[in-house]
Design a protein around this ligand. Structure first.
Ligand code: NAP
Length: 256
């Protein structure tokens, strides 16, 4: 899909959360477009090994690191591997994240539930994007995966929405800060996407039909539907786009 018009040969890309879902689809598409790809995941070693093999089958260099990116030491492990295997970074996609399906009302939210969300979805973005920016070549690309929730909120998931809104403010700040190095920084904001993350919610009685009915294009997106726009933002085609939020949601209107 990304081959041809988008040529990333010689580029060194890192994707977080690429053992499955949107991250995996992005890593594979970057590899098919010509990039070597290193990636991070948390605990799913076997899934990660499969993705490494798939990238290698595309003829590209691949490596992976399993660690908790919500703590600095976990991010340090990723960048130690980056220094050993790549030396520098051209493309960085901060995609790893969590969305526990349970609704939690603010009045019932424990300190631990809030803190765990901040660690996994926001601290991880800070640690990894900082590490990538320190190693990024001029003309590099940073893409952070946000969500519709980060723009219109999400009742029952206010902690998740807060992290996804925060990364948009982070993107807009860094877009200006890193512009002098010709590094672009953008967010991709998916709506409902068919991955393991969304599966338990979509499996609830009547939920899939209800979700589809609210999407003008009449379908739930695939991981590839998000990977394509991410790879576009990582390409030369997008060199004059920075500080933007690219919504990938089938036309769902973004208002409260
Ligand atoms: P997914 O299928 O649940 O995959 C999550 C990925 O993140 C996995 O590779 C997982 O590693 C990794 N990960 C989670 N916590 C981590 C941690 N603390 N340290 C390192 N890696 C960690 O999710 P997805 O649906 O592809 O979602 C990807 C991104 O899109 C997330 O930021 C999510 O918030 C966002 N998003 C998704 C949807 C949707 O409907 N799916 C909608 C809007 C936004 P393991 O495999 O090892 O656990």
């Amino acid at each position: 899909m990304a081959e041809g018009v988008i040529d990333l040969k010689g580029k060194r890309a890192i994707v977080t959360g690429a053992s499955r879902g949107i991250g995996r689809a992005t890593a594979l598409m970057l590899a098919r477009a010509g990039a070597d790809v290193g990636f991070a995941y948390h605990t799913r070693d076997e899934d990660a090994e499969t993705v490494v093999a798939e990238i290698q089958q595309a003829g590209r260099q691949a490596w992976s690191v399993g660690s908790d990116l919500g703590v600095r030491q976990g991010a340090d492990q990723l960048f130690a591997a980056c220094d050993d295997n790549f030396g520098w970074v051209d493309i960085f996609v901060a995609n790893a994240g969590i969305w526990p399906p349970e609704h939690v009302a603010l009045v019932d939210m424990t300190d631990e539930t809030w803190t765990e969300m901040m660690r996994a979805n926001l601290d991880s973005v800070f640690y990894t994007v900082r590490g990538a920016a320190r190693r990024m070549a001029d003309g590099g690309r940073i893409v952070i995966v946000s969500s519709t929730a980060g723009q219109r909120g999400e009742a029952g998931h206010s902690h998740y929405a807060a992290t996804k809104g925060a990364v948009i403010a982070f993107v807009k700040s860094l877009a200006v800060e890193l512009a002098s190095r010709d590094i672009t920084v953008n967010a991709v904001a998916p709506g409902w996407i068919d991955t393991e993350m969304a599966a338990p919610a979509l499996a609830e009685e009547g939920m899939r039909d209800q979700v589809v009915a609210e999407i003008p294009l009449g379908r739930i997106g695939s991981a590839d539907d998000v990977a394509g726009p991410i790879v576009f933002l990582c390409s030369k085609l997008a060199r004059h786009i920075t500080g933007e939020v690219l919504n990938v949601n089938g036309g769902s209107v973004l208002c409260g």
